[in-house]
Write a protein that binds this ligand. Structure first.
Ligand code: ADP
Length: 449
């Protein structure tokens, strides 16, 4: 067969790339490339990386590889990357931050191989720029920071919540204690309240009882006054008769009277007068207490009453050699029962005379006491009354010093009657005294213009 033609054809290969073309390709490859020795000295750096970092080849070749790393990556290189390369001869997808000439950082992933070339160890390293990864990392870092802050915040909140909780628990305990105390106090109050109720019931019962006793006493007192009034009246008639017959005997109408008889008649007469006075006083007091006294109220001047009373006591004052002074304001006008005021003043003046030793002084003063009252004071420089007895002298039948009174022939009713009369006219009667210095009795009466 002519032309045995072999059909076998040599494969058509593209023309081989030369070493210099290869270098050029590497120089323009779409990734960075560096070679550096174990001492860090840069042996080669491609144009892509030089462009990226803004260096010229002359700037970097012969310099340390750390020149193109930022501070963090330098440390990483020294502590991790280079030891890794020495140990395993390779490193893959290591993230590095490259430092550009203008100081800007550029993120890159490095794949490196360490080989012996010639008589030294050389590391060839491809660097892939990572823009997105950097963004994500930044975002991640921010997110991490936010998360950390949120965590710190949450921690702080939790702490606050725990503290608030502790506070609440403490307050709850305190509240419980207070509640307990309140309950105890309430119980205590309840107990006291019950006790008070009991006391109150008791008081009410006693008040009722007292009211009943008071009614009884008032009834008894009224009965006593009525009895005394009747008795006094019945006694006065025979006493007056005794007085009359004594006078007839003294006058000798029934025959001559010897001295002894005359003295005996005198005693009878004095006793009769005393008894009559006593009976009159008892009758007066009984009438006052029974509310059977009528007051004939009118307007009059105190000086008039004093002038009317003084002559009645003057003989006694003179007999006992007492000095007396009168100092009565002319505008001292009262609205009262004239006769009863006279009776009171007579009683006060005869007491002052009775209880003042001879040579002493008795005085009567009257003055206006504010808008509503007139005060009349009977003062003496006599024996005085002890403080214990002072208020009791206004009680019926009280005589402080029996020996004195006996001598003075009192009944112990004058002051009781006088105070009742004064009060019956809207006034009062009070006493001040000092033993040995004298007494002052003050009668107050309603003032009128
Ligand atoms: P009596 O008729 O006994 O004088 P009173 O009621 O007038 O009764 O007086 C009561 C008592 O008060 C008297 O017995 C006397 O002890 C005392 N008394 C009254 N006035 C005076 C006075 N001016 N000085 C001292 N004591 C007095």
């Amino acid at each position: 067969m002519a032309g045995d033609v072999s059909l076998t054809r040599e494969p058509v290969l593209p023309p081989a790339i030369g070493a210099s073309e290869m270098d050029s390709l590497l120089d323009r490859a779409p990734c960075g490339f560096i070679s550096f020795a174990d001492n860090g000295e840069l042996r080669a750096i491609n144009a892509t990386l030089l462009d990226l970092l803004g260096y010229s080849r002359a700037d970097l070749v012969g310099r340390h590889v750390e020149t193109i790393l930022n501070v963090g990556s330098r440390i990483f290189y020294q502590t991790h990357l280079f030891p890794l390369l020495k140990l395993h001869g390779r490193a893959e997808e290591v993230f590095l931050l490259l430092r550009g000439k203008n100081g800007e950082d550029v993120g890159a992933l490095a794949n490196a191989v360490r080989r012996e070339r010639g008589d030294e160890w050389i590391t060839d390293c491809v660097l892939m720029r990572v823009v997105e990864r950097r963004k994500f990392e930044d975002a991640l870092l921010r997110a991490k920071k936010v998360a950390e802050e949120a965590s710190d915040e949450a921690h702080a909140r939790r702490r606050e919540a725990e503290e608030a909780n502790e506070l609440l628990e403490r307050q709850a305990v305190e509240l419980e204690l207070s509640q307990q105390q309140l309950l105890e106090q309430a119980e205590e109050l309840e107990t006291q309240s019950e006790a008070l109720r009991a006391v109150n019931d008791e008081l009410v019962a006693r008040t009722d009882e007292l009211q009943r006793l008071r009614t009884l006493a008032e009834d008894a007192n009224r009965a006593k006054s009525a009895f005394l009034a009747v008795m006094s009246h019945e006694l006065r008639t025979p006493l007056n008769a005794i007085g009359g017959y004594v006078q007839l005997l003294e006058m000798g109408i029934h025959g001559p009277v010897t001295d002894a008889m005359s003295e005996a008649l005198g005693r009878i007469s004095r006793s009769q007068r005393h008894l009559l006075r006593l009976i009159n006083d008892v009758l007066n007091l009984a009438r006052i207490e029974a509310g059977r006294v009528d007051y004939d109220l009118e307007t009059f001047a105190i000086p008039e009453v004093v002038s009317a009373v003084l002559p009645m006591v003057e003989p006694q004052l003179t007999a006992r050699r007492l000095r007396y002074t009168v100092n009565v304001a002319h505008d001292a006008r009262v609205y009262a029962d004239r006769e009863k005021v006279q009776q009171i003043l007579l009683n006060l003046l005869s007491n002052a005379t009775k209880f003042t030793p001879s040579g002493g002084v008795v005085s009567v003063d009257a003055h206006v006491n504010g808008d509503r009252l007139v005060s009349v004071q009977v003062r003496d420089s006599g024996v005085g009354i002890a403080p214990d007895h002072l208020e009791h002298v206004f009680e019926p039948f009280v005589q402080v010093d029996v020996s004195h009174t006996r001598r003075a022939e009192g009944t112990g009713l004058g002051l009781a009657i006088s105070r009742d009369l004064a009060r019956g006219m809207g006034g009062d009667l009070s006493a001040e005294s000092q033993v040995g210095s004298g007494s002052t009795f003050t009668l107050t009466l309603p003032r009128t213009a």
